[in-house]
Design a binder for this molecule. Structure first.
Ligand SMILES: [Cu+2]
Length: 166
């Protein structure tokens, strides 16, 4: 007996394939494209420093703000004087809302930095020679201060969370 094509079964397979292609694939593609990304940013705690001698440049008489963020070291026996300050580097971090952010902060200069990120990280510590890893979800757009309490007012950066692009 000749075997007949089961048209009913065949049409079901065609419809199922079409549905899969037309609905499931685009939805999946959209989900992949718009799912929150992960971003790792490498930072350092560092101390820019400049020196000269009183022969070349007079020692500044202006008083710098207190708080540990600036240090003006008077001339030594050779007339050499130094200016130094502390920074987060990079000072501005730009991410998108919805991204999972990892900050790896290496302590290069300064023994210790006690930091915080406004609305995101209540407290963290960076020690020289060690990496501090902070992970958080950037779930709120805006500009948030990255602060070091040991080196005010200079060691301040900003976390910039941009609204998610559509
Ligand atoms: Cu500091």
């Amino acid at each position: 007996m000749k075997k007949m094509v089961d048209w009913k079964c065949f049409s079901r397979i065609v419809v199922a394939t079409l549905l899969l292609t037309l609905i499931v694939v685009p939805v999946l593609a959209h989900t992949v494209a718009s799912s929150p990304g992960k971003r790792t940013i490498y930072m350092i705690a560092f101390e820019p420093k400049g020196s000269t001698t009183v022969e070349k440049e007079p020692f500044p008489t202006d008083v710098l703000p207190d708080g540990g963020g600036y240090k003006l070291i008077p001339p030594d026996e050779n007339g050499k004087w130094t200016i130094e300050t502390y920074r987060w580097m990079p000072s501005q971090i730009v991410v998108y809302e919805g991204e999972e952010i990892t900050l790896e902060i290496l302590g290069v200069n300064g023994k210790l930095h006690k930091g915080s990120i406004e609305d995101y990280v209540e407290e963290f510590v960076v020690e020289r020679g060690k990496i501090t890893t902070l992970t958080f979800l950037a779930d709120k757009a805006g500009i948030f201060q990255i602060r070091c309490t040991n080196h005010q007012p200079a060691m301040e950066g900003q976390l910039v969370v941009l609204s998610s692009p559509e």
